[in-house]
Design a protein around this ligand. Structure first.
Ligand code: PLP
Length: 390
């Protein structure tokens, strides 16, 4: 019997090695990886630049503590602010922690304005993490059930509904911020209208709210821009990052701009491990490689190619509801639960994911090529057709 707590219905396979877009299991079987550790392995597996940076940093200094200056952390903050236009960064170890920082920051900002019960607008089908604050912010009963009492201080609206946000912002005096994913990941790869970000910015300016984006999944070139908000032409006040940032090494960040960047004072927030030299070296190497290998451009181009191919191949397949996404964040929504596709594809040597029951999700490493797509798509389309015919 396993001594692991029963938190995951794990697939019966264990990987022992990875190289590029491929993984190998204990029996030497090879798999094409279109999951990338759930949008984490930005550079694929065994990237020489990342491996070297981590090895060298491990050899010189792994951890020293935020009681002292951390040079790598300062470098990474400079780099992220330069890429995003944000002013300041706080480093942590995961996506939920990055959102926790954003939520705490918003509450502090609210109290600074004399609001005793600061409230954050969040959306349906959102996913912000598994800690108490972030699961309370999450728009999924499945994730919250059994963990009541939930945190108060959240007001929920439908995703992609700007009218509903305006309605709450204009009637609830306690609202201090809006927290949304620019493109929902776990909720089913839900794409917002092209003017959603701009409209959100307008409302936040009008009512003095912080525009906070959860870019834990969409950030770090996943959608073909460094950050998904950059497709919109407007800037958020706060942004949460994690997943792809360290190329597989755990690191999260909460970035802020303007007044929001000054909210935290010494003693307000912290993290023992957050922004340690090892994790920051990994993130710096990941950002370098994205730039050098033009992976943003690749995510854009290969993502468009995959969606176009899927649309063509599945054009006359009844039961395919939608094919959508941006960059290498791709969803194929079917008219029925499709979890079985994961095992069928795995048996054939392909790793794909299903989210929200009915959506096949592809979030491959950003090095995924058109040739890799040509390997993946015919068997995937076959399995989708087989499931829908059954
Ligand atoms: C994965 C994810 C999180 C949670 O990240 P963890 O590192 O698992 O805590 C939060 N928000 C979004 C949008 C995510 O995709």
């Amino acid at each position: 019997m396993s001594h692991l707590m029963n938190t995951y219905a794990r697939q019966p396979v264990a990987f022992v090695r990875g190289e590029g877009v491929y993984l190998w299991d204990e029996n030497g079987k090879r798999y094409l990886d279109a999951v990338a550790g759930v949008a984490v392995n930005t550079l694929g597996h065994g990237h020489p630049g990342l491996v070297k940076a981590v090895a060298e940093q491990a050899a010189s200094l792994i951890h020293s503590s935020n009681l002292y200056r951390v040079k790598r952390q300062e470098e990474l903050a400079d780099r992220l602010c330069d890429l995003s236009g944000m002013d300041k960064a706080f480093f942590c170890n995961s996506g939920c922690e990055a959102n926790e920082a954003a939520i705490k920051l918003a509450r502090l900002y609210g109290h600074g304005k004399g609001i005793a019960n600061p409230t954050i607008i969040v959306t349906e089908q959102s996913f912000h993490g598994r800690t108490m604050a972030t699961l309370s912010a999450t728009g999924s009963r499945k994730i919250q059930a059994g963990f009541e009492p939930l945190l108060s201080g959240f007001a929920r609206v439908p995703f992609n509904d700007i009218v509903a946000i305006r309605q709450v912002a204009s009637t609830n005096q306690d609202v201090v911020a809006v927290l949304v994913e620019p493109l929902q990941g776990e909720g089913g790869i839900n794409v917002a209208a092209s003017d959603y970000m701009a409209e959100l910015r307008k409302i936040c300016d009008e009512f003095g709210l912080l525009m906070m984006l959860d870019e834990v999944q969409t950030g770090i070139a996943r959608t073909g821009a460094w950050f998904a908000f950059q497709h919109s032409g407007v800037m958020p006040d706060v942004m949460a990052l994690a997943k792809g940032l360290g190329g597989g090494v755990p690191i999260g960040a909460c970035l802020a701009r303007g007044e929001a960047a000054e909210a935290f004072k010494p003693g307000n927030h912290g993290s023992t491990f957050g922004g340690n030299p090892l994790a920051c070296a990994a993130a710096l190497a990941t950002l370098d490689a994205i730039e050098k290998q033009a992976l943003r451009e690749n995510a854009d181009k290969t993502g468009d190619y995959i969606r176009a191919q899927l649309k063509a191949m599945l054009a006359d397949t009844a039961g395919v509801v939608d094919i959508r996404g941006q960059g290498l964040m791709i969803g194929i929504e079917l008219d029925r639960p499709c979890g079985d596709i994961v095992a069928r594809m795995r048996d054939r040597g392909f790793l794909v994911n299903v989210t929200s029951d009915k959506v096949v999700r592809l979030v491959p490493p950003l090095i995924f090529s058109q040739a890799n797509a040509d390997e993946l798509l015919p068997p995937l389309v076959e399995e989708i057709r087989a499931l829908l015919a059954g």
